[in-house]
Each structure stands twice: as structure tokens, then as C-alpha cells.
Write a protein that binds this ligand. Structure first.
Ligand SMILES: NC(=O)c1ccc[n+]([C@@H]2O[C@H](COP(=O)([O-])OP(=O)(O)OC[C@H]3O[C@@H](n4cnc5c(N)ncnc54)[C@H](O)[C@@H]3O)[C@@H](O)[C@H]2O)c1
Length: 324
């Protein structure tokens, strides 16, 4: 199978590509990535010599590039996106462009080139916020941020291309990812890197917002299961099974780095901050045999160790991490 992976230089996409190529000398993967601010080609350095690997620097919104690159592929795994909620609050334009228009450009190319399967990587944030219980795949979409609204639009386009044109498409929606190579603007790497540098960390509001944490390697296993065994036109949730408040997460990270609560600066809450996300992922567990394997405490400790050991990776990214 020749797979086109968009956004393969980012946090999750690069984990997906490394896993696949490391495990299979016969795998063939083309990465299409514009190397936007969060894209780091060095994330793929360890697979650069794999005979089945090809990197194309290009924008998913550019129909000519996408058309040329898509030809000859059996599957598309679509990660490329603007993914940081805070940036979408500063300005929604790039989110609509990449997440909505870019997805439409890819879908058209996938149809034209008769790609056998299109897997769209999405998020639990499309459902809004839930104070109790968990969303199933049929819960209504009610996004609250420009980021999640743009992802919802993309999800609906993917499902519409399946219904209207018969494109073989699957959508996965996952919870908050953590792990190595995450761009240092998201809460886990932001806090770890600032704590390592001896700086303060900004905690939104009172820290009672709850997220379910999923190790990036578990997410990528779930994607692979959905790619290979998922039913066309279906949505699959991928969860981590670890609900933690931001306050508790902060305490765990302080402990891991050996710092005290006096390093925490309480800052004004994010506008429209969703209180809680929670996915019911029994469908992928029962139908495709998914279960997360990385216990949160272990995964978090390994992530802190990775950032400690890879300062040369994240230090140059600090300037890029500032809001535009
Ligand atoms: N990180 C999470 O916790 C999380 C949770 C749920 C869903 N997701 C989804 O997973 C996907 C990947 O997220 P991530 O955390 O790895 O993001 P990331 O920001 O680390 O990576 C995004 C990648 O997309 C590339 N890109 C951006 N715009 C592009 C464009 N116009 N053309 C080509 N490439 C472009 C970037 O260069 C980068 O390599 C996204 O679709 C995101 O919505 C992420």
C-alpha cells in the first residue's frame, strides 16, 4: 500500500510515519507538509533513508501540488491542520483555509485519483463541552472555538464526500495527545520546557477544566486500526481513558520536574474555554480491538525525560511558539 500522509512533519503525523516505516522495510509513504510553524522536518530524520519514504514540501490548499502528489496512492491519512485553539481565537483565517479548504482540495484529489481509503484525523473538540457522561460517535457536533468549528466543517465534508460521491472515507476523533516531539505551545510541552528553564507556567482560570489524555503512540495505533479495518462512512473515537483536570496535570508536571506551586501563575481563562471533553470509545474497542497501552504516569514521565534530553530540539522552536 502506498500511503500519502499530510502533516507528517508535525507531532502526531511524524509519530505515525516513524512507527510505520520503522516496523516495515517494504512500507511506502509520501509525506506532504508545508513545514508551517509547527512542522519540523527533523522529526522524520530517523526514517529519511528508508527506501519507501518520500517528503514533499507543499501546501494542501494548492490544488496543483495536491493533484500531482496524490496520484498513485492507495490511501490518504490526513493530519495536516492548524491545531492550536489559542491561535484560532487570535485569528480564524488560517484555520478555515487549511482545515476546511485544504481538506476539500485533498478530497477532490482523492476522488479524481480513485484513492482506496481516506482517513481524516479529527478531535473530540467538535462536540463542544460535556459536564457528565461521554459522547458517542452519533452525538451532535457543537464546536465552541474557531479551531473546533473548522475541524467540524472538515469532518462533515469528509462524510459528505462518502455519501455523495462514494469516497471510501473514515473519520477518527481522539482526545488530547501527549508525548515526544509535540510543539512547545501546547500545555504539556509548554509547561515542561518552561519548568526545565526555571520559568513560571501559566495556568488558565482555576484549572478545573478536564481533558482525557492519550499517548501519541496509542493514538497512532488506533488510526492504523481504523485505516485498515474501519468501515467506510464511519466515525471512530480513540480515547486514552485518563481524565485529569488541568490543576492535577500541573501538579504532576511540577512533581516530575521537582518544582513547587510557586512557579504557577494563574492567568485569565481562555475565551470560551470548554470545561470537559469525554469520548466513549467502546466502538473501536469492540469492533477493531483497540485499547490504549501506555499508562498515563509512565507516558508522562517518559515525555518529561524526552524533553529533558532533547533541549536542542525544542529550544530553537521557542521563538516560533510565540503567538503570531
Ligand atoms: N494534538 C492533539 O492533542 C490533537 C488532538 C486531536 C486531534 N488532533 C488532530 O491531529 C492532527 C495533527 O495534530 P498535531 O498535534 O500533530 O499538529 P501539529 O501542529 O504538530 O502538526 C500539523 C502539521 O501540519 C502541517 N501543516 C499545517 N498547515 C499545512 C498546510 N496548509 N499544508 C500542508 N501541511 C500543513 C504543519 O507543518 C505540521 O507539520 C490535526 O488534524 C489535529 O486537529 C490533534
Amino acid at each position: 500500500m502506498r500511503t500519502l500522509v499530510t502533516g507528517g512533519a508535525g507531532f502526531i503525523g511524524s509519530e505515525y510515519v516513524r512507527r510505520l516505516l520503522d516496523a516495515d522495510p517494504t512500507a511506502r509513504i509520501t509525506v506532504l507538509d508545508s513545514l508551517a510553524y509547527s512542522g519540523v522536518e527533523a522529526n522524520l530524520a530517523q526514517v529519511a533513508r528508508h527506501p519507501g519514504y518520500r517528503f514533499v514540501r507543499g501546501d494542501i490548499c494548492d490544488p496543483d501540488t495536491v493533484d500531482q502528489v496524490t496520484a498513485g496512492h492507495d490511501a490518504v491519512v490526513h493530519f495536516a491542520a492548524e491545531s492550536h485553539v489559542d491561535r484560532s481565537i487570535e485569528g480564524a483565517g488560517p484555520f478555515v483555509r487549511t482545515n476546511v479548504v485544504g481538506t476539500q482540495v485533498l478530497l477532490d484529489a482523492a476522488l479524481r485519483h480513485r484513492v482506496g481509503r481516506f482517513l481524516h484525523v479529527s478531535t473530540d473538540e467538535v462536540y463542544g463541552s460535556i459536564s457528565e457522561g461521554s459522547w458517542t460517535e452519533t452525538s451532535p457536533l457543537a464546536p465552541n472555538s474557531p479551531y473546533s468549528a473548522s475541524k467540524s466543517a472538515a469532518d462533515l465534508l469528509v462524510l459528505a464526500y462518502h455519501r455523495t460521491h462514494g469516497l471510501d472515507a473514515v473519520v477518527t476523533r481522539c482526545t488530547n495527545n501527549y508525548g515526544p516531539h509535540q510543539f512547545p505551545e501546547k500545555v504539556v510541552p509548554l509547561f515542561i520546557t518552561r519548568l526545565i528553564e526555571g520559568r513560571s507556567i501559566p495556568l488558565y482560570g482555576d484549572g478545573r477544566n478536564i481533558r482525557d489524555w492519550l499517548h501519541v503512540s496509542d493514538h497512532c495505533r488506533g488510526i492504523e486500526l481504523a485505516l485498515r479495518g474501519g468501515k467506510a462512512g464511519e466515525v471512530y473515537h480513540i480515547g486514552g481513558g485518563t481524565e485529569v483536570s488541568n490543576h492535577k496535570l500541573t501538579g504532576l508536571l511540577l512533581d516530575a520536574v521537582g518544582a513547587d506551586w510557586d512557579r504557577v501563575e494563574y492567568v485569565a481563562d481562555r475565551k470560551g474555554h470548554d470545561l470537559r471533553y469525554s469520548l466513549d470509545d467502546s466502538k473501536i474497542r469492540e469492533q477493531l480491538g483497540y485499547a490504549p497501552l501506555v499508562p498515563f504516569a509512565e507516558g508522562l514521565a517518559a515525555t518529561v525525560a524526552w524533553y529533558r534530553g532533547n533541549r536542542s530540539w525544542w529550544e530553537p522552536l521557542r521563538a516560533r511558539a510565540e503567538l503570531r
